[in-house]
Design a protein around this ligand. Structure first.
Ligand code: CA
Ligand code: CA
Length: 71
């Protein structure tokens, strides 16, 4: 297991990779585009996105992202 400090840095770079247009939010389109490259199937992607998007506004903020990965 990594330390809290390094894991939050990793999360930040992972978040930035997903946030293609760098607006600070991950949309379902960005999320889908990223995971489609990894051959993740559509329903798994949608389900994962819905779980991360805690307030269901269709956007994943870094805070939501971080919360999802800390569980
Ligand atoms: Ca974005
Ligand atoms: Ca949200």
């Amino acid at each position: 297991m990594s330390t809290a400090k390094s894991s939050s840095t990793d999360l930040r770079s992972e978040f930035d990779r997903l946030d293609c247009d760098k607006d600070g939010f991950i949309t379902i389109q960005e999320f889908r585009a990223y995971y489609a490259q990894k051959n993740t199937d559509q329903s798994t992607i949608e389900k994962a996105f819905a779980e991360i998007d805690a307030d269901k506004d269709g956007l994943v903020t870094f805070e939501e992202f971080q919360r999802a990965y800390k569980q």
